[in-house]
Design a protein around this ligand. Sequence first.
Ligand code: HSE
Length: 291
Amino acid sequence: MVTVRAPATSANLGSGFDVFGAALTRPADVVTVEKASETTIEVTGVGAQYIPEDPEKNTVGAVVEALDAPARIHIDKGVRPASGLGSSAASAAGAAVALNRLYDRGLSRSELVPIAAEGEAVVSGVAHSDNVAPSILGGFTVTTSEGTHAVDAAIPLVVCLPDVAVSTRDARRVVPETASMDDLVETVGNAATLAVGMCRSDPGLVGAGMSDPVVTPERARLITGYDDVRAAAFDAGAAGVTVSGAGPAILAVCRDERRRGVAAAMLDAFSEAGIDARAYQTRIGKGTTVL
Ligand code: HSE
């Protein structure tokens, strides 16, 4: 039997749409696998009632197929589905690492990324790696068609998750098909600034580089209260605020001593918009760990 803890992740980080990702220290899924002749999946925890246990429909089924690793699988969800925190990716990443260990497949962490991404495709329609890569590798990740680069970064974060769901499929429908040259130049500059900030573990630079004029404004419209929550986070000392992944979670970067105030301000702003929410004071952390 193998049990792993697979972290939530935040993709895009604003300027790095479909490229940047980061592993969060919390929340996380816990995945346990045992050898079996036929695969069965049991899901418990946050939002378990929305997750199919049929291996054909669960994110983990494709991972089992790819590794030829039938197993009795238990997924204890800490990462709420449809949150923008890489919920399906955490389960897929956890299963990939756990089954690789259970069956001694000998694949490296990097080799497991595309396998876990196949699981992602089952639920989101596209095999993105920008959530599974940080959930497996940890740290700040840059994923392109050539592969993934991961670096450790000491960056404090606040994630505020409203009690509403946004599906990745819906959030991809509002992504513009084109961008102007001015927006392209601005986005490249911001993304480069953010990457430098990560390498220097500098929350100010990371926050400054999160700004994205193309995708985030369209997705923000799907999140009631977004503008007020964003403004409240900045007022409380956040250095940058953006939509986490496809939303509705909102991600803020700040200095350690500001996290508590930023979290409280974001919760208050959602509350004033009539929406229940919860906040995680977190930071960029490790990838999937074997327990
Ligand atoms: N990069 C993807 C998106 C991640 O934002 O649509 C989805 O979790």
